[in-house]
Design a protein. Structure first.
Lengths: 251, 301
């Protein structure tokens, strides 16, 4: 237990010691998205009946920040450790595969959730944001950050160079999060794009998370939660298996 | 008694490259053991297999009886490794680094031992300095300290003195000798053969992934019987009869003669007397591990 706790604590310190870059910067980015989009689209778009566009935007932006930062944390930590070689400090000790996995995962989730709370805290002053079902919102944030945290571990283990990790970030994570209904409801999309959106797991995370605030969603929240939970457990199994085999970590 | 390290027919292939081929070595508990060989001989591969950083293609490796694959947690708990690469985590101070490393090994209240290790490695006044701000030599000391936080019975040092100044080298050997006296098994790889000769009671030599020698340092030195004498003469004229013994005539005028036995020194002196040449300076040298090493490395292939 001490081994797991220490690795988690080390991972926590790693991002918290540079929180201007790892927490404050993404909060500021989300805030700017809110200012720009709400200014240019306010009055033109009403996504949910009776909900102001800026208010509609906030949970989506918060969730997007949760996901992107959870991914960034585990992937960049592993990547940097591999590049600098100090990954040996966690490979030499008797940490079990489960401890290794959980420590990186939970630290990634922690960073995602801290940033998500930061985004809500920074934007709640500008909009009228209800919180209809907090438990639902929390569950989606938890599973969402877990999925991206696990994906981050996979990307970090797989990538040997910074540009490989950038490929993951720019060609997988960014499109999946941007095209998931952060800025719009998929009801407004043409049928083809609506269908495609249903294949994007991030769509269910955003939609479910938003349900927690407005009590209104495009998809049944229980169905979304099931899909998200299944994704989480499947990815966790794959990640755990990668760590267990020592893929790219122990040659 | 269970050997501290047991390597049984261990092989490692990287594609078509055979980094280690069926190497078997046993190191009893408490020994100071040297692992020697030129670059690329497989020393680090073997160490990394023991440490679990590299997975062997064949064979079994055990540390204190624990299989490094099947019982990896127990095996890692009894092993401390000082890696060759000078790596560090730039986010932390020396004390944080050592406290975190202790935690990985399941140790919560380890400050007393951390202080002792820092004291012996002359790190105490750098305890609260960030790793980034340390010199290369200081970072090397921290690497040694990190390998020792859990008081491992088996300690592996992979070229710990490469590019290290005299002061650290001496402090390091003093501390490692003490650990060995206290019962720790030490495995050392180094390119400085005089270090290996002075420290290691037994030595293995690797060449292109194969074990080419495994014996006590004493036995290996005996392989090379005889001795050398170095002479400076007045007048500088070596008798013709001694010419076949000369292995080197240095620029400063000194001759190096190879003798089959120490008693042959007497004969050389007699001939010099007959030729009426006076010995200005003389030194008798015994063969060292470096010569044995070169001889073994050139023997095959």
């Amino acid at each position: 237990m001490t081994g797991f706790y220490t690795l988690f604590y080390k991972e926590w310190l790693r991002f918290w010691k540079v929180n201007v870059q790892t927490v404050l910067a993404p909060v500021l980015t989300a805030l700017m998205f809110l200012l720009v989009f709400s200014h240019s689209l306010r009055g033109h778009v009403e996504v949910f009946p009776g909900v102001d566009y800026a208010a509609f935007l906030v949970p989506g932006l918060a969730m997007m920040s949760v996901l992107q930062n959870a991914f960034a944390n585990s992937s960049s930590s592993l990547m940097q450790s591999k590049m600098t070689g100090n990954i040996v400090f966690v490979l030499l000790p008797p940490l079990s595969h489960g401890e290794f996995f959980l420590a990186y995962l939970l630290a990634a989730m922690a960073r995602g959730l801290v940033v998500g709370c930061g985004v809500i805290a920074a934007t709640v002053w500008f909009v009228d944001l209800p919180l209809e079902h907090p438990l639902w919102a929390f569950l989606f944030a938890l599973f969402g950050s877990g999925i991206l945290g696990a994906l981050g571990i996979i990307a970090g283990i797989y990538s040997d160079k910074v540009d490989q990790l950038a490929l993951f970030q720019n060609f997988i994570i960014l499109p999946l999060t941007f095209l998931s209904g952060v800025f719009y409801s998929i009801q407004s999309l043409p049928p083809f794009w609506q269908g495609l959106s249903h294949l994007n797991p991030v769509f269910y995370m955003i939609d479910g998370f938003r349900y927690g605030f407005f009590g209104h969603a495009d998809v049944q929240p229980l169905a979304s939660l099931t899909i998200v939970a299944v994704c989480f457990f499947a990815l966790s199994l794959i990640t755990f298996w990668l760590i267990k085999t020592g893929y790219k970590l122990r040659q | 008694m269970i050997p501290a390290i047991q390597v049984d027919q261990v092989s490692k292939n990287y594609g078509s490259l055979q980094a280690l081929s069926s190497v078997s070595i046993e190191v009893p508990e408490g020994e100071f053991f040297g692992l020697l060989g030129p670059n690329g001989a497989g020393k680090t591969t073997l160490i990394n297999i023991l440490a679990g950083l590299v997975l062997a293609s064949g064979g079994v490796a055990r540390v204190m009886g624990y299989d490094v694959r099947g019982e990896y947690r127990q095996a890692r708990r009894v092993l401390g490794v000082v890696p060759q690469e000078l790596v560090f985590d730039p986010f932390f101070t020396v004390r944080e680094t050592l406290t975190i490393q202790s935690g990985y090994f399941g140790l919560r209240n380890n400050q007393a031992w951390i202080d002792e290790v820092m004291h012996h490695l002359h790190l105490a006044d750098k305890a609260d300095t960030n790793m980034r701000a340390l010199s290369g030599g200081m970072r090397r000391r921290v690497l040694v300290a990190q390998a020792l936080v859990h008081k491992p019975p088996v300690i592996v040092l992979d070229e710990p003195t490469a590019g290290v100044d005299v002061e650290l080298r001496q402090a390091l050997w003093k501390f490692v000798r003490r650990l060995n006296r206290d019962g720790h098994t030490i495995v050392l790889t180094t390119h400085y053969l005089e270090e290996a000769e002075a420290l290691c009671s037994r030595v293995a030599m690797l060449k292109q992934g194969q074990l080419v020698a495994l014996d006590t340092t004493q036995n290996l030195l005996r392989m090379h019987s005889g001795c050398y004498i170095e002479l400076r003469l007045e007048p500088d004229m070596l008798p013709q009869t001694l010419a076949p013994l000369v292995v080197e005539h240095r620029e400063d005028g000194a001759y190096r003669l190879a003798l089959k036995d120490y008693v042959d020194v007497e004969g050389v002196m007699a001939q010099l007397r007959t030729a009426q040449v006076r010995v200005q300076e003389m030194e008798v040298l015994r063969p060292d591990l470096e010569e044995v090493f070169v001889k073994i490395m050139n023997r095959e292939g």
